[in-house]
Design a protein around this ligand. Structure first.
Ligand code: GDP
Length: 137
């Protein structure tokens, strides 16, 4: 079993898509181990995306991620990290495969509806950023 962090980003929450995305998570066979709505400050968004601090889109990304409520979710499944990224699709919704969440619900390379950890080390950091171990059921 493996755990990963999923986020329903502010664009998707704001458009009323959270229920459909959570339903998809369940349909795809992930177990939800923790879930919470957060309203990130700019500083909290910057801490979360620290690895991207040198990227040209860092300011815009952290502005967006702190622009409204988001839902953070701890997922568990065999190969959860790879599988959740496959269900989400490519970063840019225009390049994402048919049937993926980003293809269906993303509106730009930035406002792409969901987040997923990209490796075991980042999953550990990202899960710990939002959930103390005691909250994971
Ligand atoms: P991910 O692992 O697929 O989420 O992609 P990255 O780790 O490369 O980027 C993190 C997040 O930054 C993405 O999910 C997007 O929200 C945003 N992002 C990535 N590339 C760009 C870009 O070229 N421009 C802008 N504005 N945002 C981007």
């Amino acid at each position: 079993m493996e755990r990963t962090l999923a986020i329903i980003k502010p664009d998707a929450v704001g458009r009323g898509l959270a229920g459909r995305i959570i339903s998809r998570i369940e349909t795809e066979g992930f177990d939800i181990r923790a879930m919470r709505m957060v309203r990130l400050s700019k500083t909290e968004a910057e801490g979360f995306y620290y690895v991207h601090r040198e990227r040209p889109f860092f300011a815009s990304l952290t502005e967006f991620m702190s622009s409204g409520p988001a839902i953070v979710i701890a997922l568990e499944a065999p190969n959860a990290i790879r599988n959740w990224r496959d269900v989400m699709g490519a970063t840019d919704p225009a390049k994402a495969d048919e049937g993926t969440i980003r293809k269906q619900f993303g509106s730009s390379i930035e406002k792409n509806a969901t987040h997923g950890s990209d490796a075991p080390e980042t999953a550990a950091f990202e899960l710990g950023y939002f959930f103390p171990g005691i909250d994971l059921v």
